[in-house]
Design a protein. Structure first.
Length: 267
């Protein structure tokens, strides 16, 4: 990134890129150094931006879920690359040692505090909506609060599933949470536009019960299940209406409930 000397605004951390991994021409992940004072709850998001490259350049901020766990020494983010996207057009070009801006305050509704106690935690995601769950599945508190964690990730094709497959596998082998996650963390991946062992939109698979048959578990029930949903606007609307038809009540930080939703941010 060309250096242009601008002061870092109040309330913003300027962090160094430590790692970048591209999965497809639409998806990548990156890691930043973590300021000692940065605290967040698993599942929350922060605003990310790039330092201006010229005097005319105005920073563009977009919300990114923190994909790494709270105990990690660095912070990870998972991003789409949108051609011509005001932020991602530039962000996709970052390299090790570049500077990325991150606002100091994190927030969001996909947090354990927004859910009432339950037995199974379902984390339903499409596309980059998997990101907050990458943090939650590595948080020991998720395993204290729930017996089973079931993450679903649906993408257009298999290549787009790489991040969830890799993260869940790393979690199962992690020295801190691997043991907790054994036999209790389950990932279900499905594709909609490319042949794969399990195909279909998650909405269809919930409605025709194939999701539960595939896992060999009982269908969603309001008494024992809690649901977190993250994906595109349309997906949120459709999954929300399915769980509401089953009687699930939406939760928030101020009043915990049976399900919570958050949009996966897109450009
Ligand atoms: P589809 O291929 O049938 O559109 P995207 O990459 O566009 O964000 O989509 C990610 C995944 O979300 C795709 O597999 C897509 O399926 C799926 N999807 C899109 N809209 C919905 C919806 N309303 N309900 C459930 N899944 C959806």
């Amino acid at each position: 990134m060309p250096p242009f000397d601008v002061p870092v605004p109040d309330g913003v951390f300027a962090e160094t890129v430590t790692e970048v991994e591209h999965f497809t021409d639409r998806l990548f992940r990156f890691r930043l150094t973590r300021p000692a004072s940065f605290r967040f709850r698993s599942g929350e998001f922060v605003m990310i931006g790039l330092p201006p490259r010229s005097a005319e350049d105005k920073p563009v901020w977009r919300a990114y879920s923190v994909a790494s766990p709270a105990w990690d020494e660095t912070v990870e983010f998972y991003s789409i690359k949108v051609p011509g996207g005001p932020l991602t057009e530039h962000l996709q070009k970052i390299q090790k040692n570049d500077i990325v801006w991150m606002r100091k305050k994190s927030t969001g509704t996909l947090v354990l505090d927004a859910l009432l106690p339950g037995k199974r935690l379902w984390m339903i995601s499409t596309g980059t909506g998997f990101a907050p769950f990458a943090s939650l599945i590595r948080d020991p508190e998720s395993y204290e609060k729930f017996d089973q964690l079931i993450v679903t990730h649906t993408c257009r094709n298999t290549a787009e599933l790489a991040y969830s497959v890799q993260t869940v596998s790393a979690t199962l082998n992690d020295p801190l949470v691997g043991e907790l996650a054994q036999d209790r963390l389950h990932l279900v991946t499905t594709t909609t536009r490319e042949e794969s062992p399990f195909m279909g939109r998650i909405t269809t698979l919930i409605q025709n019960k194939q999701l539960f048959d595939h896992l060999g578990v009982s269908p969603l029930d309001r008494e024992h299940d809690r649901v977190m949903i993250c994906g595109s606007m349309d997906m949120l609307k459709d999954v929300k209406s399915i769980v509401e038809d089953l009687g699930f009540i939406e939760g928030a930080n101020s009043s915990p409930g049976e399900y919570v939703v958050e949009r996966a941010f897109v450009d």
